[in-house]
Design a protein around this ligand. Sequence first.
Ligand code: ADP
Length: 558
Amino acid sequence: MKETKQRFKVPVLQAKNMKIIVALLLVLLTLLTFAMLRDTDTLITHQQANALYSNNKIEKVIVDGEYIHLKTSDAGYKIYKDAINKTAFFSKYPVEVYEGNSIMYALLLLLLLVASFIFLFRFVKQNRLQQLKHIRATSKAENESHNEPVQALTSSVTFKDVAGIKDVKEELEEIIDFLKEPQKYRDLDIRLPKGVLLVGPPGVGKTLISKAVAGEANVPFFYQSGASFVQIYVGMGAKRVSELFKKAKQMAPSIIFIDEIDAVGKSRGEQRNDEREATLNQLLTEMDGFEDSSGVIIIGATNKVEMLDEALLRAGRFDRRIHISLPDLEDRMQTLELYLAHKPNKVNIEKVARMTVGFNSAALDTLTNEAAIFAMREGRTVVETSDFESVKEKVLEGKRKILSFTEEEREIQAVYQGAKAVIATWLDVEFDKIGIVNTRLLIQEHEILSKSQLLSRLKMYLAGSIATKMHYNEQFTNAATDIVQAREIVSKVIYTYAMGDNFMVNSQQEEDLLRDSAAEVSTLLKTLDKALQEVSAYLLEHENITAEECRVILRKIF
Ligand code: ADP
């Protein structure tokens, strides 16, 4: 604060000095011109003029407007020009005409004055603008730091306040334990991740779970949104990052939570943004700079992990990634239960959970609140299932981003995703869960994959659209992302890994591989039709199917 105020004073003083100098110069200039043009000659009569003429005292005659000036060696006189015999004077003495000159002088003076005023005016205006800019920038910077000082929050949120997402909680248990007793880990020289990246769509609880980690471990929580780093006054982003880390280290063990980290960590593409880059570099430096056992854990949240700068994801930075998907049926039931815990109700939670496919937890929160308001307006003291039905459309309208499936869409998804699950199980493609809403397949990643493993994956990605084509004799847009994946695998098999029949390859080989794989999936799906029907029904009922549950169904049939 002190520093900014001092910086702020400098231009004001300069402006004042400059104003005084320009004003003084103006006065000086005016005085000089007046002195030069000042008429000091004595007005005389024609007799006095004639006397001067006769006595040969005159050295020079000057014609100036209405007057004729007569200059002697020691004095100057003037007389109205019509009062004397001009021809006599002009022929006897050298003559000068000042008429035009004096006007020129006057004009020059005027011009000078106007120019000086314009200059002064501009200068003052510019200075004001600069001052204003300075004030704005300074106060903006001050405001920012006032609004969001690097301050630790004490979180009272615990895992009890976070419904569902059991696997996410489990993954974070180790971090909590480390934050509670860092010494235990230090003693055994155990390296823990410095950064955890929570990846998932908005409103699924990334912030909430991070606060819960802080609450559970009872450590300070530093919240910072990635966007605010970049928006602040130039040069402040990087400064703020270092302030944040400094404070967090001082208060370690602690958690730094950076929401929307993609705002800072977007990969450095063509569009350069110096402020963002400076901030990102500072973040990378800070993350590299502290030891693993410093006791500071950085949690970053993002929806767009693919857009993040690779440098951020490298070992020793955000090297642990945890995905949080939209809540499935089970999660939604638990979330609704939590939200209804203190509301007198007779709600069929399962029914509400079933009609809210695609809702995130934040939307479920709004829905529950709206349902309670509706019940109150109806004059009731108990919330009922019908209240949820009455307000669902309104909530959906307010949250346009929710992709809520209709019953028909759910059925299509069940066939589509069911086919993927069946083919994956049949061809031994490892996966955790396949669901109606969460199209993300949790495939286990391996360093080395065989050609047959790659082709099995390819077939799984093709299975959905082939199954819907068989069932509905129609193709649907829900296949888009899987088709992209399928194409990518084909391209890699042919070009990157050279797993085709020839080394010299062309697009025909890609086409052939896709066609052969699709034909194989078609035949397989016909054989596995009964299993597909069961799995689809299971998905409609439970929304998700695990690899194990799918195996059970297949074993039962074959
Ligand atoms: P994100 O950070 O993923 O955008 P938030 O953590 O900000 O989401 O969640 C938004 C709101 O949704 C929270 O205030 C909370 O009320 C609710 N919410 C999100 N996830 C959960 C959850 N798992 N259990 C209970 N409430 C949740």
